[in-house]
Each structure stands twice: as C-alpha cells, then as structure tokens.
Design a binder for this molecule. Structure first.
Ligand code: HEM
Ligand code: HEM
Length: 182
C-alpha cells in the first residue's frame, strides 16, 4: 500500500501557482486600465494583457477543475477542526466559481460589445456571444460587481494560507508548496 499523500500533485501545485500569480496581476490591471488619465498606448497594453490573460486564466482553471476531478486533494491534517475544513471547501469552490464567472462575464462584455480579443481572433475562434449592447452592459455590471466577491474570497484564502504557514506551521501550506517538483 502506498503511503497516504500529504501534498497536492505536482500538476495541481504548478497550476495553482500560475493561476494565483495571474489572478493577482489581472485584478489590479483591470482596475487601473479603466482609470482616467492614462495614455492611449498604456491603456491599450493593459487591456490587451487583461483580456487575453483572462482567457488564459479561464482555460487553466477549467484544466484545474478537470485535473482535480481525477486527482482528489490529500486529506487535511486532523488538527484542522471540521468547521474550518468545511469553510475551506466552501472558499475553494467559491474561488473556482468566481474565476469562471469573471472570465465568462469579461468575455461576454467584450464579445457582445464588438471589441477585439486579440489571441482568440488571431486563432480564428468564432464569437460565442451575439453582438448586443444590452448584453454587453449586463455583463459589464456583473463583471464589475463580481470583482468584490472574488477579492473577498482571495483575501480570506491568502489570510488563512499565511496563518497556517507562519503561525500554525501545521503542514497545510506545504500541501501547496513548492510550485514545481517533488
Ligand atoms: C478571472 C479573470 C478576470 C478577472 C479576475 C477580471 C477582473 C477585472 C476587474 C477587477 C476589473 C475592473 C472592474 C471595475 O472596477 O469595474 C475588470 C474590468 C474589465 N475586464 Fe476583466 N477580469 C477577468 C477576465 C476578463 C476577460 C476574460 C475579459 C475579456 C476577454 C475581461 C474584460 C474586462 C473589461 C473589458 C473590463 C473593463 C470593464 C469596463 O468596460 O469598464 N476581463 N476585470
Ligand atoms: C499568495 C497567495 C496564495 C497562497 C499563499 C495560497 C495557498 C494555498 C494553499 C496552502 C492551498 C492548499 C489548501 C489546502 O490544503 O486545503 C491552496 C489551495 C487553493 N488555492 Fe491558493 N494560495 C494563494 C493564492 C490563490 C489565488 C490568488 C487563488 C485564486 C484566485 C487561489 C486558489 C486556490 C484554490 C481554488 C485552492 C483549492 C485547491 C483544490 O483543492 O482544488 N489561491 N492555496
């Protein structure tokens, strides 16, 4: 019998850290790119990074969800009380759901508004949303409000991860560390 694993698989850890870094960059880029007073070329660059980065995040998150379905996470240490295990499951499901939600509403806002999504356009991927100003406005409002839910979940998640890593040192952080190898 192999020993019970104490760590996420190398694939799960690599995907976690790539997506984490991309999301932690995409949120401020999205916030800055719509501010007044940017030069046209700065704004264009930030929009290109945000839209195309967001599409890549969506593909990576879908890959993570598929990988997770086939490779369930190892059990948490018994020292983590059941109620905290339940909250952590809820926050993880919420993070996955909000990443998909943000990417889909962002995509819909741009596709329905008739704007380019350079990477997909270059690959010849057809638009998956009809051209519609009202759909674009609805998606924009959902994307705008959804960011608050995502940011709240990220703050809870990072706070809990650092609490385990720095104060408790109970092995929870090293389940997701290092990003590469072992
Ligand atoms: C998980 C992925 C994504 C995250 C976390 C994210 C996050 C954000 C945030 C925080 C803002 C600022 C919103 C505001 O303050 O009103 C924003 C704006 C925006 N995002 Fe995203 N976004 C994501 C994916 C996408 C994608 C895939 C696209 C398009 C292909 C996109 C297109 C836009 C656009 C066009 C805006 C400006 C909205 C406006 O018209 O005011 N986003 N995003
Ligand atoms: C510096 C920032 C971050 C740290 C230190 C961190 C740390 C961790 C750790 C230690 C775990 C494993 C938890 C467990 O064993 O139950 C984990 C899981 C997870 N993290 Fe992060 N994380 C960070 C950022 C993010 C970001 C930005 C996102 C997405 C927005 C994210 C999404 C997730 C998800 C969805 C899981 C659950 C994995 C699964 O069971 O499928 N993390 N993270």
């Amino acid at each position: 019998m192999p020993a019970t694993p104490t760590r996420y698989t190398a694939t799960a850890r690599l995907l976690h850290w790539i997506v984490a870094l991309m999301v932690l960059a995409t949120i401020p880029i999205g916030t800055v790119m719509i501010q007044e007073g940017l030069t046209r070329s700065t704004q264009d660059t930030l929009f290109i990074l945000h839209k195309n980065g967001g599409v890549i995040i969506l593909l990576l998150v879908l890959a993570r969800i598929a990988w997770r379905a086939a490779h369930p996470p190892p059990p948490l240490p018994a020292s983590v009380p059941a109620w905290q295990q339940a909250i952590s499951r809820l926050v993880h499901v919420g993070l996955y759901a909000m990443l998909v939600f943000m990417a889909v509403t962002g995509y819909t806002r741009v596709a329905a508004g008739g704007f380019p999504i350079e990477m997909l356009d270059a690959l010849g991927v057809p638009r998956l949303a009809p051209r519609s100003d009202s759909l674009a406005e609805t998606a924009k409002a959902l994307h705008h409000n959804g960011r608050l839910v995502l940011v709240a979940l990220v703050l809870m998640h990072v706070g809990a991860a650092l609490y385990h890593a720095i104060l408790l040192r109970d092995g929870v952080f090293s389940r997701m560390w290092p990003p590469v190898g072992r």
